[in-house]
Design a protein around this ligand. Structure first.
Ligand code: M6R
Length: 615
């Protein structure tokens, strides 16, 4: 979604802003722009499409620029008004002296717009953001102080915003403000930054101040002043960012997605580190801040999440119910927030989110907190808004994930669920001691098994080549790998735009089977060892009888299945309950290679965003 970066200092401002925006572009966007303070003037540049267009535009107009000393940049993911030059940020007031960039949605923009038009403002775009520019300009005309003007203006805004404002008459000052959208200030030596997310500034500084809702920051080259909604100074803590700039490099891989898929064995080792020492010691999960006696009696868990995180949540349900015998409900955050839920003070509510900024999940978490539930957050961003709302926080430590399609954050979430479920089982005493040891042993082995999958991807690539021209796919599984089927299908949809749907294999005959013929390949996930294997095999036979082409993803060594399936993708043997951490990997790769064959923009699929900060 949208991204903001601002800079005041001695470096090449254009370069800093372009670099910052480049590091945010994985979030998804359709246009880009920047405003530069240059020798008493504010100059604006905007382009449609990728950042390279903005870079080329700036290169072509280089001679217009003297020596910019500050600026604000933005990438836009259209919400109000189509992706067009006129709707791209920055937006200006009627006279063009004041510029603003904005992330979020202003819900009362129509009313404000009407009032401002009556006052004589000339609107040029269809955006909600332009309203902010006119509003702040109106307040500035009264207050003659940009900080006060911004503070007074945001009091009139309803909705979510992170904004940066500059004014021609106030050189080298950026005023930022936020509510329900992230914003941070990066502290440098004789230079300062402001941004909507850490990757925008990580190449220059690790010292950061996170703004809270209703705060305003005035950023100059040598100072940062943060105030609350009444203008009182707020003493903010400087935090040190946990990321390395290296995380934003592809390290020789063609795409971030491929790099991130290959990082998964180490990601799992990282998640287990310090929590699972050996098969004889209990799991150390001090992150769960609930008293042991409360956990012993815990009998209701609700997990809320969206997209891929929702699939991790579904796997989490199977794992927790299997290991700890606690009843678990799983729900999409966007559904949870618009109905009467049974959440109460005795419920443990788990929010799962890669980004920690997903608006639907944040709203759901806030609702759960209002009902006095204990909220545990599983996220890859311990610096996120969601993490700040947590009563207990399990940071999944997957490292920054740049590709829009989630891969390593998914496996890290799965592993967090295994640790949590084992922790609960150990407290409640619900698992047989030997079974518990087997599970821990297998968990420790998972990275090696995934390495085995990653060391030879030729069969997956061949399968991708063979099936890349099909327009529809069905993925089936039973038990815990239903989550894998849903996630595998989502990965294919997201990056190749091929219609793929995951089903519980037993549901096939209740409707979807009607669609089967030679144009609809069926991918079956078959993990022997439990009760699901034979059943999925029969469901695959049923698909074969309707002429569907069949792909098997299996750890079975039985060569007879090679006669039933057109393609068999083999993975190492793994306990069924732990298998989603392995089965998801070939499906990520299959989606990746199909998208690659089709020449799609793998890391930044159309219409998608890495952090979905609107409801
Ligand atoms: O950051 P979150 O995990 O809360 O995001 C939820 C979904 O938007 C996200 O998982 C989305 O489905 C990804 N594009 C999946 O690849």
């Amino acid at each position: 979604m949208c991204g903001i970066v601002g800079y005041v200092g001695n470096r090449d401002v254009v370069e800093v802003l372009l670099k910052g925006l480049t590091n945010l572009e994985y979030r998804g966007y359709d246009s880009a722009g920047m405003a530069l303070q240059d020798c008493g003037e504010v100059k604006i540049y905007k382009t449609l499409g990728k950042l390279i267009n903005l870079k080329n535009e700036l290169e072509a107009k280089k001679s217009e620029l003297n020596h910019p000393t500050s600026g604000i940049g933005h990438i836009r993911w259209a919400t109000h008004g189509s992706p067009s030059l006129i709707n791209a940020h920055p937006h200006t007031c009627s006279c063009g002296r004041l510029v603003v960039v904005h992330n979020g949605i202003i819900e009362n923009y129509k009313e404000l717009r009407e009032e401002l038009i009556k006052k004589g403002c000339t609107f040029r775009s269809q955006t909600d953001t332009e309203t902010i520019a006119h509003l702040v300009a109106d307040e500035y005309a009264k207050a003659k102080d940009l900080e006060i003007a911004v503070r007074n203006s945001v009091k009139k805004l309803q909705g979510a915003y992170a904004i940066c404002v500059m004014h021609k008459d106030v050189p080298d000052v950026i005023v930022g403000a936020r509510k329900h959208a992230p914003m941070l200030v990066g502290i440098g030596e004789n230079e300062n930054f402001i941004a909507s997310d850490t990757p925008a500034i990580i190449e220059y500084t690790k010292k950061t101040i996170y703004l809270d809702d209703n705060e305003t920051a005035v950023v100059t080259k040598n100072s940062v002043k943060v105030t609350d909604k009444d203008g009182n100074i707020v003493e903010k803590k400087i935090e040190i960012l946990p990321w390395e700039p290296m995380a934003l490099s592809k390290l020789g891989y063609k795409h971030f997605m491929l790099k991130e898929i290959h990082e998964q064995p180490d990601v799992i080792r990282n998640v287990l580190n310090g929590k699972l020492y050996d098969i004889d010691s209990p799991i150390n999960l001090s992150e769960v801040k609930l008293d042991k006696e409360i956990l012993k009696k815990l009998n209701k868990i609700q997990i809320i999440a969206c997209g891929t995180s929702l699939h991790a949540a579904l796997a989490g349900k199977y794992i927790i119910e299997d290991f700890a015998g606690i009843s678990v409900e799983v729900e999409a955050s966007s559904e949870y927030i618009y109905r009467k839920t049974t959440t109460d003070a005795s419920t443990l509510v788990i929010g799962v989110s890669q980004s920690g900024e997903t608006a639907d999940t944040i709203t759901a978490i806030k609702q759960a907190k209002e009902k006095n539930a204990h909220v545990l957050i599983i996220t890859n961003r311990p610096d996120s808004n969601m993490a700040r709302l947590a009563d207990s926080l399990i940071p999944v430590n997957a490292g920054i994930e740049v590709s829009v399609a989630a891969t390593k954050s998914y496996t890290a979430q799965l592993i967090s669920f295994y640790l949590l479920a084992i922790n609960l089982a150990e407290i409640k005493g619900t698992l047989d001691k030997n079974y518990l040891k087997d599970i821990k042993h297998e968990l420790i082995q998972l990275p090696t098994k995934i390495e085995e999958v990653l060391s030879n991807t030729s069969a997956i690539q061949e399968c991708a080549r063979k099936f890349s021209s099909y327009k529809n796919f069905i993925y089936i599984a039973r038990g815990i790998n239903l989550a894998t089927a849903l996630e595998g299908a989502l990965k294919l949809k997201e990056i190749s735009y091929i219609n793929a749907t995951g089903y519980a294999a037993g549901e096939l005959k209740h409707g979807p089977i009607a669609m089967l013929d030679e144009t609809m390949p069926v991918l079956s996930i078959l993990v022997p060892g439990g009760i699901t294997y034979e059943k999925v095999l029969s469901n695959s036979e049923e698909a074969k009888a309707r002429n569907a082409k069949l792909i098997a993803l299996t750890s079975s060594k039985d060569t007879n299945i090679d006669n039933l399936f057109d393609v068999v993708l083999r993975i190492p043997q793994v306990m069924e309950i732990l298998s989603p951490a392995v089965t998801c990997v070939p499906l990520q790769l299959l989606a990746y290679y199909i998208a690659e064959f089709l020449g799609k923009d793998v890391d930044q699929p159309r219409n998608l965003a890495k952090s979905v900060t609107v409801e």
